[in-house]
Design a protein around this ligand. Structure first.
Ligand code: 1DF
Ligand code: MN
Length: 366
C-alpha cells in the first residue's frame, strides 16, 4: 500500500446503484435554543434535559460545539457533510427533546414555527431534504391538528415524537387522538429517544449510562413496548411507527417478549397486561419500521431484516450526533443482495416518507 492510499480519507463510492437516504437526522432552530436557555436557567430543571441539551449548549468541547453548529444549519454546512458522506437525502426532524420539555402553550406554538422553518428549508433544497412534523403531545388535540396541517399545507408525511413527555407515555389513552390523526393521515410516527424521565434517571446517570450509550435505548424500547401492550395497534391497526437504533434492541428481545407476554397474560398478574390480538413480535413486523441509526453493524442489520422483513429496515445516520463517513463505506460493503441493499438505503424510505422517486440518472457508472 502506498503512503497516499493509506492516508487518503475514506469516501463512499459515487457509482452505487442506489441513493442513500438517511432517515433520523436532526436540526435545531436557534429560537428553540433560546427557549431551552430559559428553561435551563429556572430552578429544578429536569435532570435528563440538563444532562443532555444543557451539556451540548454549554460544553466547550470540540464535539459539542461542532454538533451545535451542524444542528442549527439547514444549508451549506449540512449539504457539505451530506456530499462528503455520500448522503443524497436527509429526512430531518426537530432534535430531541423538541418541544416536549416546554410548557403546553409554548410547545404548541413553537412546534408550528419549527415546522414552518423546516418546510422552508425543504423548499430551498427539495431534492436533498424531507421534513418530519413536530408535535406537542402535551396538547393531543393541537398535535392532531398540526399533523393535518403538516400533511395538507407543508407537504410532510411523517411525525416525530421524542419518547416520553415529561414522564408520560403514549400508552395512556389521553394521547390517542394523536394516533387517530396519524392513522387517518397515513403518517408514520417516529418514536425517537428522549433523555430519561426524572423517576428513572438516577441509576443510569450515576454511572454515566443514561444517554445514547444505553439509557436512550432502554427507555425508548420500553415506550414502544408500552404502546404495544396497551393495545394501541388493536385500536389503530393501520398505524405505523418507526424506531431507530436497530429497533432499540426489540428484535433481539422478540422471543422473550412473546413468551413472557403470554405467560403474564395467562397468570393474570397485572391489570395492565390484558390480552391483545397478536404477539408483541407480530406488531413489530406489521406496525413498525426500524432504522439503523447509530448502529452501522452488518450482523445486527441482517438479523433485523430476518426478524421483521427486508421491507421494514431503513438506513439512518443520526446526523450530527453520529456523523461518521467510514460507516457509510461499511454499509455499502454489507453482504446483501443488490435488491435488499437498495430497499435498505433508498426505496423503503421513499415508501415510508412518501418521497417521490427520482430518475436514475444521477448515479452513473464511471
Ligand atoms: C444523542 C444521540 C443526542 C441521539 C440526540 O439528540 C440523539 C447524543 C439530542 O449522543 O447525545 O438524537 N441519538 O439518536 O442517538
Ligand atoms: Mn437521534
Amino acid at each position: 500500500m502506498t503512503d497516499t492510499a493509506s492516508s487518503a480519507p475514506v469516501r463512499p463510492a459515487k457509482d452505487v446503484l442506489y441513493q442513500r437516504i438517511a432517515t433520523e437526522e436532526a436540526f435545531a432552530p436557534p429560537e428553540m435554543l433560546e427557549i431551552y436557555r430559559k428553561i435551563l436557567a429556572k430552578g429544578d430543571v429536569d435532570p435528563g434535559f440538563e444532562g443532555l441539551m444543557g451539556f451540548y449548549m454549554s460544553s466547550p468541547s470540540e464535539r459539542a460545539q461542532h454538533i451545535m453548529r451542524c444542528l442549527t444549519d439547514l444549508d451549506q454546512i449540512r449539504l457539505g457533510h451530506m456530499d462528503e458522506a455520500g448522503i443524497d437525502r436527509q429526512v430531518i426532524a426537530l432534535t430531541s427533546p423538541g418541544v416536549q420539555v416546554m410548557d403546553t402553550a409554548t410547545a404548541v406554538s413553537f412546534s408550528r414555527l419549527a415546522n414552518d422553518q423546516l418546510a422552508e428549508a425543504v423548499r430551498r433544497h427539495p431534492t436533498r431534504f424531507t421534513g418530519m412534523i413536530a408535535v406537542a403531545p402535551q396538547d393531543p388535540t393541537a398535535a392532531a391538528k398540526e399533523i393535518e396541517r403538516g400533511v395538507n399545507q407543508l407537504g410532510m408525511n411523517s411525525v416525530i415524537i421524542n419518547s416520553h413527555t415529561q414522564g408520560e407515555y403514549l400508552s395512556d389513552p389521553k394521547f390517542w387522538d394523536i394516533f387517530a390523526a396519524a392513522e387517518a393521515m397515513g403518517t408514520p410516527i417516529y418514536l425517537h429517544p428522549n433523555s430519561l424521565p426524572r423517576n428513572m434517571i438516577q441509576s443510569f446517570q450515576d454511572c454515566g449510562l443514561d444517554g445514547a450509550i444505553y439509557g436512550f435505548g432502554v427507555e425508548t424500547g420500553l415506550h414502544a413496548m408500552r404502546i404495544i401492550t396497551a393495545g394501541v395497534f388493536d385500536r389503530f391497526p393501520k398505524l405505523q411507527m418507526i424506531i431507530g437504533h436497530m429497533g432499540e434492541a426489540l428484535p433481539f428481545w422478540s422471543y422473550r417478549l412473546d413468551y413472557m407476554h403470554q405467560a403474564t397474560v395467562r397468570s393474570k398478574r397485572y391489570d395492565s397486561i390484558k390480552p391483545i390480538l397478536k404477539k408483541p413480535s407480530d406488531y413489530l413486523r406489521e406496525n413498525f419500521f426500524i432504522t439503523s441509526s447509530g448502529v452501522a453493524w452488518e450482523q445486527a442489520i441482517r438479523f433485523t431484516q430476518e426478524v421483521v422483513g427486508v421491507d421494514r429496515v431503513l438506513y439512518a445516520m443520526d446526523y450530527p450526533y453520529q456523523y461518521a463517513v467510514d460507516e457509510v463505506v461499511a454499509m455499502d460493503k454489507m453482504l446483501m443482495s443488490a435488491d435488499d441493499k437498495k430497499k435498505f438505503f433508498q426505496t423503503n424510505a421513499e415508501a415510508v416518507f412518501k418521497i417521490p422517486p427520482r430518475p436514475e440518472t444521477r448515479r452513473r457508472a464511471p
